[in-house]
Design a binder for this molecule. Structure first.
Ligand code: ATP
Length: 237
């Protein structure tokens, strides 16, 4: 079966600074893969290439088997993204935000309403359809962002540090929600610098200074992930 996301030999430079160096990784269908790296590792740059905010000049990126360069429409239609910064309009209701994002994907009003109910049920916000986004808690807003990213039924979700700014309980809920979504068939690539968000059964890619240092099942790196991470990256505890 084709992977939900396949990245082969991708590099990217800002002027003379090489932010990504020959990055190769795969996210299987229905899997939760953590992309772990300290600030500046290159996670956002990689997401910017996958979402085509930057043009990838080298290597190859495929979303659900669709080459991003040759079939950008088909590839992006299968991609849902939760950005680090807020993508919902706080002055609009959840329903209005979802309707707007559905329209961007060419989904009609009636279908958008049905899908909004569907995705809000998936993220546990069924009762907040008509609430203003500004009236939601931080954790609920992140869940609404995930609902937005699901509205066009993507095959893979990219989440860039989706728990930034949340308290410990909300953080745990958002990770658990994302992990549970992967049991329904959607895949997740979860960029983070927080080791305790990662479980032994998760896929794990360690990105450091633009290079992949490890790629496999998190549990296979040993029982002390923190020690292993520090050993691989040379970072101080
Ligand atoms: N537009 C840019 N111009 C020049 N350098 C950049 C640009 N964007 C990122 N960089 C550099 O590329 C490297 C990777 O940055 P990137 O934002 O991808 O890392 P990250 O892992 O997402 O970190 P963070 O968690 O802080 O967002 C960093 O050294 C950063 O300073």
């Amino acid at each position: 079966m084709t992977d939900a996301l396949s990245i082969q030999n991708v590099s990217h430079s800002f002027g003379r600074f090489q932010a990504l160096k020959d990055v190769t990784l795969n996210v299987p269908r229905g899997g939760f893969t953590a992309l772990l790296g300290v600030n500046g590792a290159g996670k956002t740059t990689l997401f910017s290439l996958i979402t085509r905010l930057y043009d990838n000049a080298s290597g190859r990126i495929e979303v659900a088997g669709h080459d991003l360069r040759r079939q950008p429409g088909a590839a992006l239609a299968r991609l849902g993204v939760v950005f680090q910064s807020r993508a919902l309009d706080a002055d609009l209701t959840v329903a209005q935000n979802l309707a707007y994002h559905a329209a961007l994907h060419g989904i009609g009003r009636r279908e958008a309403r049905a899908r909004s109910l569907e995705v809000l049920a998936q993220v546990g916000l069924s009762d907040r359809l008509d609430a203003k986004v500004s009236a939601l808690s931080g954790g609920q807003q992140r869940r609404a962002e995930i609902a937005r990213a699901l509205i066009h039924r993507p095959q893979i979700l990219l989440l860039d540090e989706a728990t930034v700014g949340l308290d410990v309980k909300s953080r745990a809920e958002v990770v658990a929600l994302t992990r549970s979504l992967t049991t329904t068939g959607v895949s997740a690539l979860w960029a983070t610098h927080i080791l305790d968000e990662i479980r032994p059964d998760d896929g794990l890619v360690i990105l450091h200074k633009g290079q992949v240092l490890a790629d496999g099942r998190a549990g296979d790196l040993g029982c002390d992930l923190t020690a292993k991470f520090l050993q691989l990256t040379g970072e101080q505890a």
